[in-house]
Design a binder for this molecule. Structure first.
Ligand code: PPE
Length: 309
């Protein structure tokens, strides 16, 4: 997959052309993974582009920085405005937005705090994360031999560059085994999450998802899905999930900004339910896409409009 380049990247307060947004090779983040990031989607609606859950993403970014003692040189309001401006400036309608704060260039050595915190915001056109057909047909996944981090190693709630070393191992192993994605277990052997997605199960009409204590990222799509499911009258249980429940479930699906709501049709080559997108997944997907595309009123105030030039 290569980039669908856009024109400008916001870099420490100014727009620079995409190809000129560069850093020094001795930047701290490049060596030690000392970066904090977000992935946000902007959807095309009848009234113009709208950014999904902007405030929640900026808030999580601020929290990730706090955990890693990284002082953001911009206020949350300023970052939110810069994110909106990045979409508008690039004249994008639907896109994926990647804000990133990182420890820059000053000196090396693990103690990072002498390095400046720099911020970039990029936005570009990024289609379906797990392949074009995934949203309809579902994907084949496998349980990974790599576990998510123990809670006293790296904090799963922080969306930090270095943590994605673990995600990369999960994702590459999955690809080697012919899977679209892997599901990792937590330190106790319970289901945790995908390399870049949260996981939900449906069993006898009840939704299950691992609790935040199972080393998962507090996914924003996860939280919206829980809200939508409860509105539709489903019971949602945030509870420890043993591996075999993945095989017994009627439906399994991923949630994430990039993955949106992606059905899972097999786990470890064991067919999930009927081996296709199930009815509950379909209903939740419908509800989700109706809201983000502006086809129904934004009753939860999840959308931030982007003014068009
Ligand atoms: N868990 C992980 C580990 C994760 O990276 C993501 C997002 C989620 C759960 C879902 O969180 P949310 O997007 O708030 O619903 N992964 C981002 C990065 C993907 C990438 O390949 O880069 C994303 O979906 O934007």
């Amino acid at each position: 997959m290569s980039f669908n380049k856009s024109e400008y990247i916001w870099f420490d307060g100014a727009f620079v052309p995409w190809d000129e947004a560069k850093v020094h090779v001795l930047s701290h983040a490049l060596h030690y993974g000392s970066s904090v990031f977000e992935g946000i989607r902007c959807y095309d609606t009848a009234t113009g582009p709208a950014i999904f859950c902007l405030e929640a993403h900026v808030k999580r970014m601020v929290c990730s920085c706090r955990i890693y003692r990284m002082e953001l040189p911009y206020s949350p309001e300023c970052l939110s405005q810069a994110i909106v401006d990045t979409v508008a400036r690039n004249k994008l309608r639907s896109c994926y937005i990647r804000p990133l704060a990182f420890r820059g260039y000053a000196q090396l050595g693990v103690e990072p705090r002498s390095c400046p915190v720099q911020v970039i915001i990029a936005a570009w056109d990024w289609g379906a994360y797990l392949g074009a057909e995934a949203l309809e047909q579902g994907v084949d996944v496998g349980v990974s031999s790599w576990r998510r981090m123990a809670p006293d190693t790296t904090p799963a709630a922080a969306k930090v560059g270095g943590h994605y070393a673990n995600s990369q191992l999960i994702r590459m192993e999955a690809a080697e085994h012919g899977y679209a994605e892997g599901i990792a277990l937590d330190i106790h052997g319970y289901v945790s999450e995908g390399s870049g997605e949260n996981v939900f199960l449906v069993q006898d009409g009840v939704l299950y998802t691992p609790p935040l204590s199972a080393s998962v990222l507090a996914g924003i799509t996860r939280s919206c899905t829980i809200t939508l499911a409860r509105e539709l009258g489903y019971e949602v249980r945030e509870t420890m999930i043993p591996r075999e429940q993945l095989y017994m479930a009627d439906e399994v699906f991923f949630t994430g900004t990039a993955a949106e709501l992606t059905p899972i049709r097999s786990v470890d080559r064991i067919v999930v339910g009927q081996g296709c997108r199930g009815p509950v997944t379909t209903r939740l997907q419908d509800e989700f896409f109706k809201i983000v595309s502006g086809r129904v009123p934004d009753r939860h105030h999840w959308l931030t409009p982007v003014p068009m030039a």
